[in-house]
Design a protein around this ligand. Structure first.
Ligand SMILES: [N-]=[N+]=N[C@]1([C@H](N)O)O[C@H](CO)[C@@H](O)[C@H](O)[C@H]1O
Length: 829
């Protein structure tokens, strides 16, 4: 058949695909070929974007041979692999990571120079794919990097949003969102494969029929859309491996309706097309507060259905016995967003493959595992049965049957304990009849894990205790991690070469080797070099913020950094109260400016567009910043900088320059955090609560090298149970009262008291995340920071110990834990 693999005779055609020669000449040749034949321009008439795209194509060409070989090997070896299902991937820029993986950085730099091009100019042109909101999306990107570097057969599956996370600008200090048209100038790192499109159904109805005496069901969708795969390379670091990230884009099954067009109704002629293609149009910009919108559910079903069909069709041999599916794949569910994959696999196995329900369910329960990323009840997704029944009628039927059989088993184990049955039912009756996706994931998953020790403990004890009791051994923990390739080797080259100089290069794939730096912390010469690396990173950040945002970072200031999504539980308001306290102290003359450690406070934070309080807090931060930065009384002492549009690329510049890492969420609210890990690995000292992975950071780096403050999770629970009255803390603490009164006075809003009144009254009369309760402890900890920073040598020693003891936070270690505790997918070397 035409689709069969061609049987070639020409020697070139039968030879294995080899990349271009890894030499400057080879690179120049390849680059010029791509410029001339791909971009269709000569060097002399090329635009910067032409040159950037040609460079990207050239790097691709060097990685192509490995990619094709890896795909062949994975098909041949038929080893068990991981399908990572995630609605978000916050990839960051690709060029440098691909150059690093292919050992091409120096060759490419020289080759570009030989063509009269400064490769750094081209780097700046790359638009990062912002296909995620925050930690969850970036974690997925770190994980696929580690899976490739550890030679684990795996495919990342997700959505190719046409518009990623919005671009943030500030107008009069307020956040303005603009669409992120990241594809405008082309995306050289993707390979579209329309020929491998999957047809995805929606709506319609289900019908029962008799199949030779066996009662069967089938779904008759009301409409369909095409899922077109775009493949992205995921190169391993120096191991010659390249895994695949496959992102799906929606294309109308029936494009343009000529008949309606000829009838003159142009809008109607393209309505179906627009409607269908809306599915992958834009990323939902909520982080930890899901939108229950129909389009969101369409997005979730669209990419998981395409991914499951794709895997069954292209990764399994046509005669593969699906009873052995658990030996070939584990579908990892990155939060509840992809959980609709569970009833989809059941539908395929039972309705399409004719498998018996029990056999299909036994397979399904071995093929899925679920990672929960939150503790906030409002973040746990629930889909109304009305919407599910309308959009995915067969899936709702399957969920009902899964729930019936599950509750029957619960009843068998615990008897007619109606309260327990209602608490455990996948179907909730209040506030409206809905499917609790986290419960479905827990019932279907072979394993359920939290993303930090404390989080996993609270998941078992507080969020899903009944399930932990019912499924002994199902719950486990895998503490998050970050890839040392991007966040140390690439983002912090000065530190990377210092580490390599001291320990050799092996740390990049074996981060625990950083432990070897402990001895160097005692070496004044090494401390001096280390401090110089930090100083150089600060100068680099200063240059970036000057060209990017027109900021002049004050010299010699401690860089106190808080970069993460804007959310009340992360308590950017506590940081604001600290700044206002320092400012008020100096401005009122009660504190001598000379007694205050010069600090520059750097914020980075996007707020979900619909999150009003979060946007108000952004406005307040900018308002405080403009007053503080303009006040001569604190000049040279306090500076507040809030560069807009915080993203992976900016993180790679801010984090290596930081002295102090703000991880100040209310204990029990931040599942893990991953920025905290990147800061510790960059030698920033952490001021933080015992929340999420902060606990493990503190335990590893040591109490002397961590500024702990605030209530523990049990203390938070106790205060909540006792009844928390934030205004009591306001009354009892003069410093707190002065700070809040200054904000309330309109001092940061041109005297207009109403501007920030909602924030003030929320703090005094609601304060769900206990900012006021932890204020005094936080301010005391900040005073300890000031005292510690005064002894730069001791600070540097502590900073080195943070790096030395943070090797545990490599995403390679996380992946090893997933393999050992959940996936059992050993690397294929
Ligand atoms: N969604 N979600 N969850 C988060 C982050 N907001 O993306 O996942 C991250 C990755 O697991 C966690 O580090 C973080 O604590 C948690 O809030």
């Amino acid at each position: 058949p035409a689709s069969a693999a061609p049987v070639a005779t020409h020697p070139l055609a039968v030879a294995p695909v080899t990349g271009p020669p890894s030499s400057v000449d080879g690179f120049v040749r390849e680059f010029l070929n791509n410029l001339n034949y791909e971009q269709g321009v000569a060097l002399s008439s090329s635009s910067p974007n032409d040159r950037y795209l040609a460079l990207a194509y050239t790097v691709r060409d060097y990685l192509m041979a490995r990619w094709l070989e890896d795909q062949r090997r994975q098909r041949e070896v038929q080893a068990k692999g991981v399908c990572y299902l995630s609605a978000e991937y916050l990839l960051g820029r690709q060029l440098d990571n691909n150059l690093l993986a292919a050992r091409l950085t120096d060759i490419a730099t020289e080759a570009m120079a030989a063509c009269g091009i400064d490769i750094d100019d081209l780097r700046q042109l790359e638009v990062e794919p912002g296909l995620g909101n925050g930690g969850l999306g970036r974690l997925a990107a770190c994980f696929i990097d580690s899976l490739a570097t550890m030679s684990v057969p795996s495919t990342g599956y997700g959505l190719r949003y046409e518009y990623g996370i919005f671009r943030q600008t500030f107008v009069d200090g307020e956040q303005i969102e603009q669409p992120d048209a990241w594809l405008t100038l082309g995306s050289p790192w993707e390979f579209p494969h329309p020929e491998a499109a999957q047809t995805i159904g929606f709506g319609g109805y289900t019908e029962k029929y008799d199949d030779e005496g066996v009662a069967r069901s089938r779904w008759v969708p009301g409409w369909t859309v095409q899922a077109v795969p775009y493949n992205y390379m995921v190169p391993g670091y120096h191991n010659g491996r390249v895994n695949t990230l496959r992102l799906w884009s929606a294309v109308a099954s029936s494009a343009f309706d000529l008949r309606i067009f000829n009838a003159g109704d142009y809008a109607e002629a393209v309505r179906a097309q627009t409607f269908a293609e809306n599915i992958s149009k834009v990323l939902y910009p909520e982080d930890s507060t899901p939108q229950g919108k129909e389009l969101r559910l369409q997005q979730q079903y669209f990419f998981v259905a395409a991914s499951i069909h794709d895997f069954l069709e292209h990764s399994l041999s046509p005669d593969f016995d699906l009873a052995n599916l658990p030996d070939r794949v584990i579908f990892q569910l990155n939060d509840t967003h992809p959980v609709i994959a569970v009833p989809e696999l059941m539908r395929v196995l039972v309705d399409e493959k004719g498998m018996k329900w029990d056999a299909a369910w036994a397979i399904t329960q071995q093929c899925f595992a679920y990672t929960c990323h939150t503790l906030l009840p409002e973040a746990l997704e629930m889909w109304s049965v009305d919407l599910l029944g309308r959009l995915l009628p067969r899936h709702l039927e399957i969920i009902y049957r899964i729930n019936d059989e599950f509750l029957a088993a619960v009843r068998e184990r615990f008897g007619d304990d109606e309260m327990r049955i209602r608490n455990m039912s996948i179907i909730a009756d209040f506030p409206e009849r809905s499917v609790r996706m986290a419960f479905l994931a827990t019932v279907a998953g072979a394993k359920v894990n939290g993303v930090a020790e404390l989080h996993s403990q609270l998941l078992r004890e507080k969020v899903l205790p009944d399930f932990d009791e019912f499924y002994p051994g199902k719950f486990t923990n895998v503490t998050n991690g970050v890839t040392p390739r991007r966040f140390v080797r690439l983002a912090n080259p000065g530190l990377a070469s210092l580490i390599t100089e001291a320990l050799g290069a092996g740390w990049t794939v074996d981060l625990e080797r950083l432990r070897g730096l402990e001895a160097f912390a005692e070496d004044p010469e090494f401390r001096a070099k280390f401090a110089e690396v930090k100083a150089a990173n600060k100068r680099r950040l200063s240059d970036v913020l000057r060209t990017r945002d027109g900021f002049e970072v004050s010299d010699g200031h401690m860089l106190d950094v808080m970069v993460k999504r804007l959310h009340e539980y992360k308590r950017q308001m506590l940081k604001v109260l600290h700044i206002v306290t320092l400012y008020e102290g100096i401005a009122s003359g009660r504190v001598a400016a000379a007694d205050v450690q010069p600090r520059t406070f750097i914020f980075g934070a996007k707020a979900a567009p619909g999150y009003v309080m979060a946007k108000r807090i952004i406005h307040l931060i900018n308002a405080v910043g403009s007053v503080v930065n303009a006040d001569p009384r604190v000049e040279g002492r306090l500076q507040v900088l809030f560069p807009p549009n915080y993203n992976v690329t900016l993180a790679e510049r801010v984090i290596p320059a930081a002295d102090l890492s703000e991880q100040i969420s209310l204990a029990g609210k931040e599942a893990s955090g991953t920025g905290n890990m990147k800061f510790a690995l960059s030698g920033a000292l952490t001021i933080g609560t015992d929340d999420g992975a902060n606990v493990e950071i503190r335990q590893l780096v040591g109490d002397d090298n961590f500024f702990l403050f605030g209530m523990t999770e049990p203390e938070v629970e106790a205060l909540w149970a006792k009844g928390y009255k934030p205004s009591d803390f306001y009354q009892a603490d003069e410093g707190l009262r002065r700070a809040i009164d200054l904000i309330a006075s309109g001092a940061f809003s041109g005297g207009d008291r109403s501007t920030f009144e909602p924030i003030v009254s929320n703090l005094l009369y609601d304060d769900r995340f206990m900012v006021l309760a932890d204020y005094a402890s936080y301010i005391a900890a900040q005073a300890r920071v000031d005292a510690a920073y005064a002894d730069q040598d001791a600070w540097t020693r502590s900073s080195i110990l943070n790096v030395a003891r943070s090797g545990f936070f490599s995403s390679d270690r996380s992946i090893r834990d997933y393999i050992d505790r959940i996936w059992h997918t050993p690397p294929v070397l």
